[in-house]
Write a protein that binds this ligand. Structure first.
Ligand code: PLP
Length: 379
C-alpha cells in the first residue's frame, strides 16, 4: 500500500526511543524519575468537573454547533476582549480539540501546496508535521542560547520569500521557557505587515509567566492579521478534555470553522459546558507552585554548574549538555539507563545538544531527578 507523500514526509517522533526505554524500565519495576511531562500535575479544578457531571445529567450529549456552543464562544470572546483590550466577537472564535487542532485548522486555511511557514527554533514538535501534512514547507529561523532564545526580527525577515504565508510565534515558549519582549513582538508584527503574512500566536502557556505580565502578540497587533491560539489544557489542567480555541479575523475564523466542521464537527459537548465554568475558577495557585518549582530547579541546576536559561514562562527548562555529549538522544538514553531519569532530547525541538526538563511534577521528584543527573555527569 502506498503512503501519501505528505504523510511520509512527516518526521517520526525523536522522543520515541527514550519513551520506549522508560516504559520498558518501568515495567521491570525500576524507579524511573520521569521529567518529561507536557502537562500540569494538578487535578482539573473541582467546579469544572462538577459542571461536566451536571451537563451529563442534563443530557447535553448531542452534536453542538461545530464551532462551539454559542455561550462558550461568547464567553471566550468576552474573556479575550477583557484580558487583551482588543474588541472580539463570538464570530471570530472557533472552539477546537485542544490548541493543537486550532493550529492545524488555521494552517489549513492558508497553506497551499509548496507554501512556506516560518517557525522559530527551538520549537514545539507538531508545527512542522502539520505544515508538511498540508503539502507546505517549514522554514526554520534559529535562535541562540546566548540570546535567551529570543528571535531577531531581521533574521526572521531574511527567511521571508514570496511563497511565505504565515509565521508561528510561541511565547511563553515550549521548550525554552522564553518570553518575548515587546520590541521583538513589534518587530515581528512589522514584518508580517510588510510582507502580508498571517501571524499564528500560540499563547497556550500565557497564564504561566513568572516575573512580569504576559505580553500578548494578539494584543499588540490588536488582532490585525493575527490568530490567537489558546487552550484550557495548561491554564486549567484540562489536557485530557481536549479543548482549545482560536480567535481570528472573521474571514479566517469562518474558513477554519469549515475545516473543523468537515474533520471533527464539534468538540466533545460535555467538555464545552465544563469549560464555561473555567472562567469562574481562580488557577493562580498553580502558577504560584510552578514559580516555586522553577526557582527550585534553577537553583539545583546551578548547584551542579549546568548551563541553562532561566525560564520566564511555561514549565520547562532547556539544559545545555554539549559539554557532556554532543548527541542529546545519546545523553538521554545513557542517563535513563544509568540513573533512571527521563528527559526529552532537544533534537525533538530542533535544539540538538540540549535536553528539556519539565518541572510539572513534585518538588520531591525534581530534587531526586536532578540529584541523579548530578551523579550522571560526575558532579
Ligand atoms: N502549543 C504548544 C506550544 C504546546 O506545548 C502544546 C501542548 O503541549 C500545544 C500547543 C497543544 O496543546 P493542546 O493539548 O491544547 O492541544
Amino acid at each position: 500500500m502506498r503512503i501519501s507523500t505528505n504523510v511520509s514526509s512527516m518526521p517520526t517522533s525523536k522522543t520515541l526511543e527514550v519513551n520506549a526505554l522508560a516504559q520498558e524500565l518501568k515495567k521491570k519495576g525500576v524507579n524511573v524519575v520521569n521529567l518529561t511531562a507536557g502537562e500540569p500535575d494538578f487535578p482539573t479544578p473541582q467546579p469544572i468537573v462538577e459542571a461536566a457531571i451536571e451537563a451529563l445529567n442534563m443530557g447535553l450529549t448531542k452534536y453542538t454547533d461545530s464551532s462551539g456552543i454559542p455561550e462558550l464562544r461568547k464567553a471566550i470572546a468576552d474573556h479575550v476582549a477583557r484580558r487583551f483590550g482588543v474588541s472580539c466577537t463570538p464570530e471570530q472564535v472557533v472552539v477546537c480539540n485542544g490548541g493543537k487542532q486550532a493550529i492545524f485548522n488555521v494552517l489549513a486555511t492558508v497553506v497551499n501546496q509548496s507554501d512556506e511557514v516560518i517557525l522559530i527554533d527551538p520549537c514545539w514538535v507538531s508545527y512542522e508535521p502539520m505544515v508538511l501534512l498540508l503539502g507546505g514547507k517549514a522554514v526554520h529561523v534559529q535562535t541562540d542560547f546566548e540570546e535567551g532564545f529570543i528571535p531577531k526580527p531581521d533574521e526572521i525577515e531574511k527567511a521571508v520569500r514570496k511563497q511565505t504565508r504565515a509565521i508561528i510565534i510561541n511565547s511563553p515558549n515550549n521548550p525554552t521557557g522564553a518570553v518575548y519582549d515587546e520590541k521583538t513582538l513589534l518587530g515581528i508584527y512589522e514584518i508580517a505587515k510588510e510582507h502580508d503574512l498571517l501571524i499564528i500566536s500560540d499563547e497556550v502557556y500565557e497564564p504561566l509567566v513568572y516575573d512580569q505580565e504576559h505580553l500578548s502578540l494578539f494584543a499588540i497587533t490588536k488582532g490585525d492579521r493575527t490568530v490567537l491560539v489558546n487552550a484550557f489544557s495548561k491554564s486549567h489542567s484540562m489536557t485530557g478534555w481536549r479543548i482549545g480555541y482560536l480567535v481570528a479575523p472573521t474571514q479566517i475564523a469562518k474558513a477554519a470553522a469549515k475545516v473543523q466542521a468537515h474533520l471533527t464537527s464539534n468538540i466533545n459537548s460535555i467538555t464545552q459546558y465544563a469549560a464555561l465554568k473555567a472562567f469562574e475558577v481562580d488557577t493562580s495557585y498553580m502558577k504560584a507552585r510552578f514559580k516555586e518549582r522553577r526557582d527550585l530547579v534553577c537553583s539545583l541546576l546551578s548547584d551542579f554548574r549546568l548551563k541553562y536559561r532561566r525560564p520566564e514562562g511555561a514549565f520547562y527548562v532547556l539544559v545545555d549538555v554539549r559539554e557532556f555529549d554532543e548527541d542529546d538522544v545519546n545523553f538521554c538514553m545513557n542517563l535513563l539507563n544509568k540513573e533512571h531519569v527521563a528527559l526529552v532530547p532537544g533534537s525533538a525541538f530542533n535544539a540538538p545538544g540540549f535536553v528539556r526538563l519539565s518541572f510539572a511534577t513534585s518538588e520531591e521528584l525534581l530534587k531526586e531527578g536532578i540529584k541523579r543527573i548530578g551523579n550522571f555527569i560526575g558532579r
